[in-house]
Structure formats: C-alpha cells, structure tokens
Ligand binder design. Structure first.
Ligand SMILES: Cc1cc2nc3c(=O)[nH]c(=O)nc-3n(C[C@H](O)[C@H](O)[C@H](O)COP(=O)(O)O)c2cc1C
Length: 132
C-alpha cells in the first residue's frame, strides 16, 4: 500500500461525489458516483455499499478499483488505484453502518479501498506520471 501525501489527501477529502471505477472479469469497465465514503487513514478509504449493483458484482470477482479526483482551485488531479476488501463485520463495517443508518440507508457492506498506486492526472507535462 502507499500513503497519500497531505496535499493529495486534502484534495481527495473534498470530493463529493467521488467517482469510482471497477471492472468485471473480462475487463469491461463501470464507473459510478459515491457520496457516502470517508478517509480512514493515509492509505485507506471506506465506501458504503448502499445501492451497488454492477459495482458490487465486479468487486466480488475483481477487487481492483480506481478513483479520480480534481481540485478546480488548485487545478490538480490525481488517480488512486488499489484493491478492495468487502467487509460485513468489524470496525469498518460498524462505521459504514453508522453512516448509512444516519441517512436511513441500507448499509449493505463496507468497501475498504487500499491505495496501491497514485498517478498525477493533471493536464500538462506530468500527466499520467506515477507518483507512488
Ligand atoms: C450523487 C450520487 C451519490 C451516490 N452515492 C452512493 C453511495 O455512497 N453508495 C452507493 O452504494 N451508491 C451510491 N450511489 C448510487 C451509485 O452511483 C449507482 O447508481 C449504483 O452503484 C448502481 O450502479 P452500478 O450497477 O454500476 O453499481 C450514488 C449515486 C449518485 C448519483
């Protein structure tokens, strides 16, 4: 796993909604927005599965996930890539369930995203460069 530097973490924290991309076993991509999520620590995001359909099916056969973020003030964009664990018990599930309960949503599972790569996605000469 890799740690988000504070500059990137601050930009990630501001994303609402956050787009998350998954793929099925054949590689067919899928992207959805999520608003019920939080930063657990420098290398982990917690996303609440309330309504996932293809997203959940994809993650059950292919744990890879990618996220892209953009800060229009700083004019910076980053991609985070990693893998997820789907949790139905334990601290992170309890936290996901609390977030869901507060909005009267189902809170079916905690999708724990472990960040393994970070890329610069800002337009310009460093576009696509691996940062971590
Ligand atoms: C603004 C917005 C925020 C959303 N937030 C969540 C969320 O936090 N959790 C969730 O399970 N679904 C959320 N959804 C629903 C998903 O985006 C999507 O509709 C759902 O996963 C079904 O798509 P899929 O079949 O590609 O998984 C949100 C949708 C929108 C438009």
């Amino acid at each position: 796993m890799v740690k988000m530097p504070s500059e990137i973490k601050d930009i990630v924290a501001k994303q609402k909604p956050l787009p998350i991309a998954t793929a099925d076993k054949s590689g067919k991509p899928n992207v959805v927005f999520v608003t019920m999520w939080k930063i657990v620590d420098d290398e982990t995001l917690l996303i609440v599965d309330n309504f996932f359909n293809k997203t959940r099916k994809n993650l059950e056969v292919n744990p890879n996930m990618a996220v892209v973020v953009y800060d229009s003030d700083a004019k910076k964009s980053y991609q985070l890539k990693g893998t997820v664990d789907i949790e139905n018990k334990g601290d992170k599930y309890t936290s996901a369930k609390e977030m869901a309960d507060s909005k009267k949503l189902p809170g079916k599972a905690a999708v724990v995203f472990h960040i393994k790569e970070i890329y610069d996605a800002t337009y310009g000469p460093n576009a696509g460069k691996k940062l971590a």
